[in-house]
Design a protein around this ligand. Structure first.
Ligand code: G6P
Length: 608
C-alpha cells in the first residue's frame, strides 16, 4: 500500500520526507513524490520507479527548499504508475496539495459532478477528486473544508494536506487506512507507519477513524468529523526499527494474514452498490454474459488453487462449465477454445511468465480474456482485454495469503454476477448471498483471533515427515492450498488428496500418528468424508478436522476439531483456509525456517 510522510518544523522538509519514505519502502510502491512549500508556492516533484530516482532528481531534497512538506510512495490502484498519476495531487490553482492512501469508492460519481462544475482532471487517480473537492468546499478555513469532504467521500483514506494560504499547518485525516502523528523536538510529522518517524521521535499519536490532526511546528491539535477539538494520548514507542517495519509483527506473512479482513473488504465493498454487484471493469453487457459458453481459468501456484475453487462456484452458482488449467500446461496443450469462451487469468504479480504466455495464447485464438490481478499496470493487467483488480496491496512474504483471499473474493463476485444475469439465482437469494459475502471480513478476524490454539497444535507437528490434506468438492480445493502452504514454508512433505480417492493411493502411506487434515465444510458431503476419516483413523492417522460450526457429529470421528463460522456453501474456502495458513505459519516458525523467504522459491516467477 502507499506510504505517506509529512513534516513541519525548523529543519528542511524534503530530506526528512525522503528519509521517512525510505522507511516505508517495505509497503511496496511504483512511484513517489514530494510537495514542499517554498515560502511562496507549493512545489511538487514526482518520479516513477524507486525512491532513489526522486532523491537524485532533487539532490537528496536540496533543490526543494522549505520547512513544510508532504511526501508519498504510490502503489498504483486507479491508473498505471506514471508521473501524472503519482502523488501529491494539486487542485487546479495549485493552492491545495494532497497525498492519499486508500481507495475512494465513490470517486467516479464525485469526479463526474466536479467535471460538470468545470473542474479539470489531469490524472486517472481517485485521489485527485479529493484535491478538487477540497477546493470546492474551501472558503478560507481548511478544517471546515476537510470535515465537509469527509461527509462526501466514501471508502478508505489516509490524507496529508497542505493549503498554500495556511503554510504554517499540515493537515492529516484518516478512515480505514493507517496514519500516525509523531511529536518531535524540532518539528512534527505524519506518517503511514511508525518507522518513518522513529529517527526523529518516539512520541506518537495514533489517529483513529474519522479523526483529523492539525500540525504546526510546535503544536498538534486533534478534531472529530464535526470539527470539535478532541484530546488524545501520546504513546511512547519502544520497539526496534526492524520490528516496526513489519508493523510490530514477527513476519510479513503473519502481518499479511492479519491484513486479510481489510483486503477482503477492499476487494468486495467497491463492487457492491445499493444491494447489487457492479463490476464496471468487466465491460460485458448482460447479453455477452449470457452468451458465455465456457470459462477457462488459467493460473499458477496458489492462484491456480483459487481457480479450482472457482470452478465449483461458477458451475454450482452460475451453471457455466469451467475448465481449470495450470498455465504451464495450458500454453502447450493446444486447448480447444470456443468462440464464446471466457479465459480468466489469475495472478497476484501479473508477471508470472507462464500465466502471461497462456494469456497471449488465448488472445491469439481470439477469445475474450479477463485478468484477475493484484499489481496495477503489470503485464497481465495491461495485456488482458479486461482487468479486475484485487485490492490486496503489496504482498511481501513469498507464500501468498492475503492476495489469495482477495482472488477468491473476485471470483465469487463474478460467479454471483454471472448467476444473476443468467437467471440462475433469484433476486431475493442475492440479498442473502451478499450478506454472507459482507460478513466474511469479521468472520476471518474471529478465526485469526484463535491463533494461540492453532500455534499450540502446530508445535506438536514440527517434526512431522508427511502430512496429508483431504476433502471433497470445494474442500478438496482448500486442501490443495493448505498443503501447498505447509510444504512451501516448513519443508514438510505434504499432499492434498480428494477424500474419495484415498483408498486408491495415499492410505498406504498412513502410519501410526500421521497427521491428516480433513476439510469438511460441504454439508451434503459430511457423511462421505466422515467415513474417510474413520478409515484413516483405523489405520493410525491423527485427524484434524476443519468444519462448520454445528457439525458436532464430527467430534466422534476426528481427534481434533476446528470450527469455522457458518457461511454460504460456496464461500467456505475464505474461512477454512485461515486456520490452515496459521498452522503452516506456526510449524514453519517452530522449525526455525525462513518464513518470509523460503528456500528456492520466488515471489514472482518471471521465467518459464
Ligand atoms: C509463485 C508464488 C506463489 C504464487 C505463484 C503464482 O510460485 O510463490 O505464491 O501463487 O507464483 O504467482 P502469481 O503472481 O501469478 O499469482
Amino acid at each position: 500500500m502507499c506510504g505517506i510522510v509529512g513534516y513541519i518544523g525548523e529543519s528542511q522538509a524534503a530530506p526528512i520526507l525522503l528519509e521517512g519514505l525510505s522507511k516505508l519502502e517495505y509497503r511496496g510502491y511504483d512511484s513517489a513524490g514530494i510537495a514542499v512549500y517554498d515560502g511562496e508556492n507549493i512545489k511538487v516533484q514526482k518520479a516513477v520507479g524507486r525512491l532513489k530516482v526522486l532523491s537524485e532528481m532533487t539532490h537528496d531534497g536540496a533543490t526543494m527548499q522549505g520547512v513544510v512538506g508532504i511526501g508519498h510512495t504510490r502503489w498504483a490502484t486507479h491508473g498505471a504508475p506514471s508521473n501524472t498519476n503519482a502523488h501529491p495531487h494539486y487542485n487546479q490553482a495549485e493552492t491545495i496539495v494532497v497525498v492519499h492512501n486508500g481507495i475512494i469508492e465513490n470517486y467516479m460519481k464525485l469526479r463526474k459532478r466536479l467535471e460538470t462544475k468545470g473542474y479539470q482532471f489531469l490524472s486517472e487517480t481517485d485521489t485527485e477528486v479529493v484535491a478538487h473537492l477540497l477546493d470546492y468546499y474551501y472558503k478560507g478555513e481548511p478544517l471546515e473544508a476537510i470535515t465537509k469532504i469527509m461527509h462526501r467521500v466514501e471508502g478508505s483514506y489516509a490524507l496529508g494536506i497542505i493549503f498554500k494560504d495556511h503554510p504554517e499547518q499540515v493537515y492529516a485525516v484518516r478512515k480505514d487506512s493507517p496514519l500516525i502523528v509523531g511529536h518531535g523536538k524540532d518539528g512534527n510529522l505524519i506518517a503511514s507507519d511508525v518507522p518513518a518517524v522513529l529517527k526523529y521521535t518516539r512520541n506518537v499519536y495514533f489517529i483513529l477513524n474519522e479523526e483529523i490532526a492539525v500540525l504546526t511546528k510546535e503544536t498538534i491539535g486533534f478534531y472529530n468529523v464535526d470539527g470539535e477539538e478532541i484530546q488524545k494520548e501520546c504513546t511512547t514507542i519502544d520497539w526496534d526499527i526492524n520490528a516496526a517495519e513489519k508493523g510490530g509483527y514477527e513476519h510479513f506473512m503473519l502481518k499479511e494474514m492479519y491484513e486479510q479482513p481489510q483486503t477482503v473488504r477492499d476487494t468486495l465493498n467497491p463492487r457492491i452498490k445499493e444491494g447489487s454487484i457492479v463490476i464496471e471493469e468487466l465491460g460485458m453487457s448482460d447479453e455477452e454474459i449470457q452468451k458465455i459458453s465456457k470459462i477457462h481459468i488459467v493460473a499458477c501456484g496458489s492462484a491456480y488453487h483459487v481457480g479450482v475453487t472457482a470452478k465449483y462456484v461458477f458451475e454450482g452458482m452460475a451453471r457455466i462449465p469451467v475448465e481449470v488449467d495450470l498455465a504451464s500446461e495450458f500454453r502447450y496443450r493446444n486447448p480447444i477454445l470456443e468462440k464464446d469462451a471466457l479465459v480468466i487469468i489469475i495472478s497476484q504479480s501479473g508477471e508470472t511468465a507462464d500465466s502471461l504466455a497462456a494469456l497471449r495464447e488465448a488472445k491469439i485464438r481470439g477469445v475474450k480474456t479477463l485478468g484477475i490481478v493484484n499489481v496495477v499496470g503489470s503485464s497481465i493487467a495491461r495485456e488482458a482485454d479486461k482487468v479486475m483488480y484485487t485490492w490486496a496491496g503489496p504482498e511481501i512474504a513469498v507464500a501468498t495469503t492475503k492476495a489469495y483471499s482477495a482472488q477468491l473474493i473476485a471470483t465469487y463476485l463474478l460467479a454471483v454476477k454471472f448467476a444473476q444475469v443468467r437467471g440462475e439465482v433469484l433476486e431475493e437469494e442475492v440479498t442473502g448471498i451478499l450478506k454472507d459475502l459482507q460478513k466474511l471480513p469479521e468472520q476471518i478476524e474471529m478465526l485469526l483471533s484463535h491463533k494461540e490454539k492453532i500455534q499450540r497444535f502446530a508445535n506438536r507437528y514440527i517434526a512431522a515427515k508427511d502430512v496429508f490434506f483431504v476433502g471433497r468438492g470445494i474442500d478438496y480445493a482448500i486442501s490443495m492450498e493448505g498443503s501447498l502452504k505447509l510444504k512451501e514454508i516448513s519443508y514438510i512433505h505434504s499432499e492434498a488428496y480428494a477424500a474419495g480417492e484415498l483408498k486408491h493411493g495415499t492410505i498406504s502411506l498412513i502410519e501410526e500418528g500421521t497427521l491428516v487434515a480433513a476439510v469438511v465444510t460441504q454439508e451434503d458431503l459430511y457423511k462421505k468424508t466422515i467415513s474417510n476419516i474413520v478409515e484413516l483413523r483405523s489405520r493410525g492417522a491423527f485427524v484434524l478436522a476443519v468444519t462448520n460450526t454445528g457439525n458436532t457429529e464430527i467430534q466422534k470421528a476426528a481427534d481434533y476439531v476446528i470450527y469455522i463460522p457458518q457461511t454460504n456453501r460456496y464461500f467456505t474456502n475464505s474461512l477454512a483456509i485461515i486456520p490452515l495458513q496459521l498452522f503452516s505459519y506456526y510449524v514453519s516458525v517452530g522449525k526455525g525456517c525462513d518464513v518470509d523467504k523460503p528456500r528456492n522459491l520466488a515471489k514472482s516467477v518471471t521465467v518459464e
